[in-house]
Design a protein around this ligand. Structure first.
Ligand SMILES: C[S@@+](CC[C@H](N)C(=O)[O-])C[C@H]1O[C@@H](n2cnc3c(N)ncnc32)[C@H](O)[C@@H]1O
Length: 255
């Protein structure tokens, strides 16, 4: 893989993904999408990206860095999309395949194993901060999209790449830097909105996440790997709540 993927990121995105799959198997399928959308947009934000990218029944949607498949499964469940998840973490891909029956390809966003111009819509949610070669990743998203195709991005931005207290392995782009990178990769930004402008997820969604957390803590709370992964998540949560890091949803089209 072209990127660092420090140990803690691997714990957060791979080991915990596997544990989440097991927790969802115990709690029931209705817990799967909320548990697998963590770190990504709320249903309101996803609805916006679906509409912006023209995702409808049968639309092929590549979710690059799609993790355990929550956003892709949401797009299929509520809008009839035909998603494929690409993620470098084998545990995340196994979870996406097992929880949702999604096609999930273990692969790096710097060399996406999809043909050039093969998809009309592509998402990449919460991924940019975890990769160093952001230009290469965006270039690949552009390559796999058909001309005119829609890109939905969730980008966590900050004024500096590594503000104090940043999670291990995270390098945050600025808002202006993100726009420049998109332009250089061949995208035209159509719309951009802060995540704070979207409605919070429903109470029932948060309750399901809470129950998954309880099972994870019950089963792995004493495991140092779980505590390290939790600390990663706590760090980004803190930076967001103090306003150092801002989530931005973007819709862009491939020129
Ligand atoms: C915060 S999670 C977001 C997961 C999912 N997109 C969501 O919104 O729920 C970041 C994801 O980026 C993935 N990732 C890390 N490095 C990557 C790379 N080089 N190429 C593609 N994905 C990568 C991680 O494995 C992880 O699943």
């Amino acid at each position: 893989m072209a990127d660092l993927v420090p140990e803690r990121m691997e714990l957060e995105f791979d080991t915990v993904a596997e544990w989440t799959r097991v927790a969802v198997a115990e709690l029931g399928d209705d817990h799967a999408i909320p548990a697998a959308c963590r770190g990504s947009a709320s249903p309101d934000g996803l609805d916006r990206l679906v509409a912006a990218c023209g995702v409808g029944r049968g639309t092929r949607l590549a979710d690059v860095g799609g993790g355990t498949g929550g956003p892709a499964a949401y797009a299929r469940e509520y809008f009839g999309a035909d998603p494929v998840v690409v993620d470098p973490m084998p545990g995340a891909c196994r979870a996406a395949a097992s929880m949702f029956g999604l096609p999930a390809v273990v692969g790096d966003g710097h060399r996406i194993l999809l043909a050039t111009g093969s998809v009309p819509a592509c998402w990449c949610l919460g991924v940019l901060r975890t990769v160093r070669e952001k230009d290469v990743l965006l270039g690949e998203l552009h390559r796999i999209l058909r001309p005119g195709g829609g890109l939905g991005l969730l980008v966590y931005t900050a004024d500096e790449p590594r503000p104090a207290g940043a999670p291990e392995g995270n390098l945050f782009p600025t808002v202006a830097g993100t726009r420049d990178l998109l332009d250089q990769a061949g995208f035209t930004v159509v719309e951009e909105a802060p995540l704070t402008g979207f409605a919070d997820a429903p109470r029932s969604w948060h309750d399901r996440i809470g129950r998954v957390d309880e099972v994870l803590t019950r089963d792995h709370g004493d495991d140092p790997r779980f505590r390290a992964a939790e600390e990663q998540a706590d760090r980004i949560g803190r930076l967001i709540s103090e306003g150092t890091v801002t989530g931005v949803l973007l819709h862009a089209t491939a020129r």
